[in-house]
Design a protein around this ligand. Structure first.
Ligand code: HEC
Length: 185
């Protein structure tokens, strides 16, 4: 075997190992009420394979959380206001649905983004229906980023933040946001 084909073989082997570990790292998602596995066959065609969705399915990490891209955060806010605030409150303080802006969860898995995604995709009980027919997977990640942005509690008890994110997370300030919005309009 010449040097060239040896290198090629080594590359193929490395690629196989990488593919294997990526498959291993795939996140599993379960319905938060009955624990049945969620498959994404029902998800809308659009928004299935954005970079953020692919990254999330592999790692459980939401690239839109505290994004520095103002367009991402603007879309996140719009989606939350259109789809969630009617039941959960403008700032996720709670209304007919529970508050989503603190670290208390009826379903403790919502302390992680994999859990929160599973709640959105598969729904919970009563009025909290599944969102797979109303939001694309990519829109779910945007909406989640706004829910996390609205968090008013201690960064240290926010399970969805990494150590590094905890160090720089500033809890949401409803009054400052009211003021900024009224100055803008
Ligand atoms: C029609 C009203 C309604 C809408 C719209 C709605 N929810 Fe809910 N949501 C509820 C209710 C009621 C519950 C409580 C259900 C339960 O405990 O099983 C709930 C529960 C939840 C929970 C679980 C909270 C916990 O403490 O574990 C999360 C997370 C959540 N909703 C997020 C959202 C997001 C994000 C949206 C928008 C994409 C949304 N909901 C839209 C009514 C709604």
């Amino acid at each position: 075997m010449n040097q060239h084909s040896k290198t090629k073989l080594a590359l193929v082997a490395a690629a196989a190992i990488l593919a294997g570990s990526a498959a291993f790292a795939q996140q599993q998602f379960y319905n938060i009420v009955d624990g049945s596995p969620l498959s994404f066959d029902d998800a809308m065609e659009e928004g299935r394979d954005t970079e953020a969705v692919k990254h999330f399915m592999e790692t459980g990490e939401n690239l839109y959380n505290e994004s520095e891209d103002p367009e991402v955060m603007a879309e996140a806010e719009d989606l939350y206001l259109a789809m969630c605030s009617g039941c959960h409150g403008h700032y996720a303080e709670g209304k007919i649905g529970p508050g989503l802006n603190d670290d208390y969860w009826t379903y403790p898995s919502n302390d992680t983004d994999v859990g929160l995604f599973s709640t959105l995709y598969g729904g919970a009980t009563g009025q909290m229906g599944p969102m797979w027919g109303s939001l694309t997977l990519d829109e779910m990640l945007h909406t989640m980023a706004w829910v996390r942005h609205l968090y008013v509690g201690e960064p240290n008890t926010a399970g969805w933040l990494t150590e590094e994110q905890r160090a720089r997370f500033t809890p949401f300030k409803p009054k400052e946001k009211d003021k900024a919005d009224s100055e803008q309009s």
